[in-house]
Write a protein that binds this ligand. Structure first.
Ligand SMILES: CC(C)(COP(=O)(O)OP(=O)(O)OC[C@H]1O[C@@H](n2cnc3c(N)ncnc32)[C@H](O)[C@@H]1OP(=O)(O)O)[C@@H](O)C(=O)NCCC(=O)NCCS
Length: 282
């Protein structure tokens, strides 16, 4: 096997690889990830891509990783572990977070990653009318909101992801919730995979998170909508079921760090991530 920059691999080949493991990414989704992050591809001597891995830096001391895929016919031969060793070397000394599928969990645990939380992948054909009354003013995101959004997000995410937020805001429909003149939550929605993904979404209460998510879901009624959340129960989780987005699968958030990445018990009133940007980006 040879290892090289993922950007040297034709987009069509990367797309074929993710389709082979039944992931929903379109070429446009790969393109966005390639533009934002870094990645490696392992190929055989005749140029076939066997395995890929990507990482995404957020601020000075944190990175997330994802898009670890080995072609189904070539799994369990060591390619995944080999690429992971490179990703860890490339991202050190940053703390590293990821969302692990069941297939990859033993690999990550054996490399020192610790389990932190379950992510519920909620998806389906959206059926919802936006009948939620927000506590505050709900309005489209304006460029002048980005500083306040990034500050709120930094507390919720545990690292500075301003660069990612600027990118996602440019390709998403975005809403902010404003109360007493301050931004208290935001939610984005963009085309992804088979339809649309709602996220990232940050709010301080379930009630605010519902107010931010419901209009996005209702705007795509009849279409395929996905939302990845760590909320297992409560009004936000109930909204997703009501909206036709039941839990389809789960992944496990893990990190390689001296202390947990996610807040262990977020204090009441602190901003929280209600919807992830995506599995790979977190
Ligand atoms: C997860 C995945 C990337 C592993 O790639 P791989 O090239 O097969 O990995 P390796 O051969 O290096 O195996 C790494 C370890 O995981 C174990 N492993 C691999 N596939 C496994 C599976 N399906 N279930 C349990 N353990 C598995 C191997 O036995 C190996 O352990 P060892 O080194 O102690 O022997 C691959 O199964 C895959 O592409 N799955 C579908 C996409 C996916 O879920 N990606 C992970 C996203 S978080």
């Amino acid at each position: 096997m040879r290892i090289g920059d993922i950007r040297d691999v034709a987009l069509g080949r990367l797309h074929a690889l993710s389709m082979a493991v039944r992931w929903p990414h379109r070429e446009a989704d790969w393109e966005m990830l390639l533009g934002f992050g870094h990645g490696l591809a392992a190929s055989d001597e005749i140029g076939r891509v066997l395995s890929t891995a990507m990482w995404f830096t957020h601020g000075e001391d944190f990175a997330t990783m994802g898009m670890l895929i080995t072609s189904p016919r070539l799994q369990t031969h060591g390619a995944g572990r080999w690429l992971m060793e490179h990703v860890i070397a490339q991202t050190a000394p940053r703390r590293l977070g990821l969302n692990a599928t069941r297939a990859a969990q033993p690999l990550y645990r054996s490399m020192g990653f610790k389990d932190e939380a379950t992510v519920y992948q909620c998806q389906g054909e959206a059926r919802l009318t936006a009948d939620v009354k927000p506590r505050g003013m709900l309005r489209p995101i304006a460029p002048a909101d980005m500083d306040a959004i990034a500050a709120l997000d930094r507390v919720a995410f545990g690292a500075d992801r301003r660069r990612l937020l600027d990118l996602l805001a440019g390709m998403s429909q975005g809403l902010v919730l404003e109360r007493d003149g301050a931004v208290v939550g935001y939610g984005l929605c963009r085309p992804f995979g088979r339809g649309y993904v709602v996220g990232p979404l940050v709010a301080t209460t379930d009630e605010d998170a519902v107010a931010l998510a419901a209009p996005h879901i209702a705007a795509h009624a009849g279409s395929f909508v996905r939302l990845d959340t760590r909320s297992e129960a409560g009004p936000f989780a109930e909204l997703l079921v009501r909206a036709g987005l039941p839990v389809f699968d789960t992944v496990t958030t893990m990190s390689l760090a001296s202390s947990p990445w996610l807040p262990v018990a977020p204090s009441a009133g602190a901003p929280r991530i209600y919807a992830l940007a995506s599995h790979a980006l977190s």
